[in-house]
Write a protein that binds this ligand. Structure first.
Ligand SMILES: NC(=O)c1ccc[n+]([C@@H]2O[C@H](COP(=O)([O-])OP(=O)(O)OC[C@H]3O[C@@H](n4cnc5c(N)ncnc54)[C@H](O)[C@@H]3O)[C@@H](O)[C@H]2O)c1
Length: 279
């Protein structure tokens, strides 16, 4: 694999594109417009600069990486990609539309991977005429730092696609683990209900800083569940909980009302400057 197209230049898409260029892969970062894609590219430049300042990257390595990166508002620019990683907004309608379009334009053996947190890969694959080449490739936030890639085959994903996705993970320095095509896959099925429960604690009167400190000191977590929610985006966490609740039908997955209220108030975490904390 030499060329990657990343669809969606938000928190995840820009992080995934950064990982790809740092591992020598030509990468096209796309979004709804050239302007939005360009913003994702600027975010990558910013993070690479910070790596240089921290002594984790040389100027030469940075220059070698950035020449591999292009931003675009048009998927057509990535039709010859070997793998497409879709990291657009967590919304079924948006994802089905993207996969239908990608399936029509990319070359025959291109792998179509989704970074969805909860949406069924089999359902996404159903929007295409080639479900054998559709797979889940779920990165974690922030993609450059987190080692895991959850690989989720849909019902009709081919062995060849699974093997190639595991090989891709190795190529970009990630450790792949196969996860079932069930809502939340593996990590989010366990992690996001914990974040939701932490929000219930705040709704019941606990202070966010106490909840986070307690979980860091008592459960040895590197980051508190509310800090993580701010980092991931409250809208995305709500979308994940809502999808799990819908798919699994168990009331234990009901999103906390405070989470919904904060999303309605546009308190989405780091990306809007305020969530459980201010930035
Ligand atoms: N935030 C996390 O912690 C996290 C972790 C793992 C996976 N994910 C998943 O990654 C995906 C993206 O999440 P995010 O946190 O980066 O969201 P985000 O809101 O930061 O970015 C989403 C981007 O998708 C773009 N987009 C929307 N519709 C599009 C379309 N039709 N074509 C191209 N781009 C489009 C938006 O303009 C935006 O730039 C979601 O599926 C989410 O569930 C998120």
């Amino acid at each position: 694999m030499k060329k990657v197209m990343v669809v969606g230049a938000g928190i995840m898409g820009s992080g995934i594109a950064q990982v790809c260029i740092e591992h020598g892969l030509e990468t096209i970062l796309t979004d709804v417009s050239e302007e939005v894609a360009e913003k994702g590219k600027e975010k990558i430049y910013h993070f690479l600069q910070r790596k240089i300042e921290k002594g984790r990257m040389t100027q030469e390595e940075r220059d070698q990486a950035v020449v591999l990166l292009k931003s675009s508002g048009d998927y057509q620019d990535g039709i010859d990609a070997d793998i497409v990683i879709e990291a657009a907004t967590e919304n079924v309608g948006i994802k089905l539309q993207i996969f239908k379009k990608l399936d029509e334009i990319v070359k025959e053996n291109t792998i179509l991977a989704s970074n969805t947190s909860t949406i069924s890969i089999t359902k996404i694959a159903g929007a295409t005429k080639h479900p054998d080449r559709v797979i889940g490739a779920h990165f974690f936030v922030p993609p450059p730092a987190m080692k895991l890639l959850e690989v989720t085959p849909g019902l009709l994903t081919s062995e060849e696609t699974i093997k190639a996705t595991f090989a891709f993970a190795k190529l970009i320095g990630k450790e792949a683990i196969q996860a079932p095509d069930t809502s939340g896959f593996l990590v989010n099925r366990i992690l996001v209900p914990m974040q939701n429960e932490a929000i219930f604690m705040v709704q019941e009167g606990s202070r966010p800083e106490d909840v986070d400190r307690a979980m860091k000191l008592g459960a040895n977590l590197p980051m508190g569940p509310l800090e993580l929610t701010d980092y991931a985006g409250l809208d995305t966490v709500l979308a994940v909980m809502t999808q799990m609740y819908t798919d699994l039908g168990d009331p234990k997955y009901r999103p906390c009302p405070l989470l919904r209220k904060m999303v309605d108030a546009h308190l989405l975490g780091r990306k809007t400057g305020r969530g459980f904390y201010s930035y």
